[in-house]
Write a protein that binds this ligand. Structure first.
Ligand SMILES: [Zn+2]
Length: 298
């Protein structure tokens, strides 16, 4: 999720708070450098890039198909991780799929492509134009026995992949361990909410996120995520008055007591909400400051 190498830390308690009627999941640090079974025909290799935005690290999935293995998200540009994925693939990697262009997911794409000769599939335009994408994917496409869902919000080029039998590879659109960062301009809160809501009626059996453990029966969790964002938006509207305020001052009101390490991400999410509210004519931007648009109650 972040372009800067995160420090090696354990996740902060903010991420383990209850989420309405659902809760975020935690897991012990996964074994590094090996393929861990997730569901039948699917394994993950967890990259060694832990941090406040990445949890224990990026999940690189290996997905068994009729004609070889697909890798979903090569992970960060780390030779040890690429070597582990190659070992796990056992020479059978035929396709490389990309969920979105954040470097912790696609940094190793060129190296894995060069080592395997596998073709690369992803949304275009990618957030990283230098990433070699051989085949552009869009909504409804089928690749490696998976169906593509275009789910902009966390990133404009974000894709989820659905597997027969009710497994959804949700990458950073929905994560089991934390909320997602929606950072303008590539992140779009209005799109994010639209594409969260579309997942609820799917009623998938499993959600396989880009960071964190497998989540079973995710519909209730997704509904709780939506409710959390709606609640947050109400709090922002309640805190916005006729006097212009900065995003960081607003964040101090909305995210009281947040860990300093999460402050920047919280402010990006807040800006995401403000941009959405501006488009809905409920908030107004004045330079770097924001205020309520229209009549203010009370
Ligand atoms: Zn991301």
């Amino acid at each position: 999720m972040s372009d800067t190498p995160p420090p090696s830390v354990t996740p902060p308690p903010e991420h383990t708070r209850p989420l309405g009627g659902a809760k975020f999941l935690t897991e012990p640090e996964p074994e590094r450098g090996v393929a861990l079974p997730v569901i039948p025909g699917v394994w993950r290799v967890v990259a060694n890039n832990p941090g406040p935005m990445t949890y224990h690290g990026t999940n690189t999935y290996l997905i068994e198909g009729e004609d070889g293995m697909a890798v979903l998200d090569p992970g960060p540009d780390d030779p040890a991780h690429v070597a582990a994925v190659l070992t796990a693939g056992g020479g059978g990697i035929r396709r490389i799929l990309l969920s979105h262009g954040h470097r912790d997911h696609v940094g190793a794409t060129a190296a894995l492509r060069a080592a395997t000769g596998a073709e690369v599939f992803g949304f275009q335009p990618s957030l990283q134009p230098e990433i070699p994408i051989d085949h552009a994917l869009s909504e409804g496409d089928e690749v490696a026995s998976l169906t593509v869902l275009h789910t902009p919000g966390h990133a404009a080029d974000h894709l989820c992949f659905a597997r027969a039998g009710g497994a959804l590879f949700s990458a950073d659109h929905v994560m089991s361990w934390s909320t997602s960062v929606v950072s303008p301009p590539n992140g779009d809160m209005a799109h994010y909410l639209v594409h969260l809501r579309r997942l609820v009626p799917r009623d998938d059996r499993w959600l396989l996120p880009g960071h964190g453990p497998l989540l079973g029966r995710p519909a209730a969790f997704i509904r709780a995520l939506i409710a959390h964002r709606v609640q947050r938006e109400k709090a922002i509207l309640a805190a916005l008055g006729p006097e212009p305020v900065s995003v960081s001052n607003l964040a101090a009101t909305i995210y009281r007591g947040i860990s300093p390490r999460l402050q920047a991400a919280a402010e990006r999410n807040l800006l995401g909400h403000l941009v959405k509210l501006e488009a809905e004519r409920q908030a107004r931007r004045e330079g770097e400051l924001w205020r309520r648009a229209g009549p203010v109650a009370g």
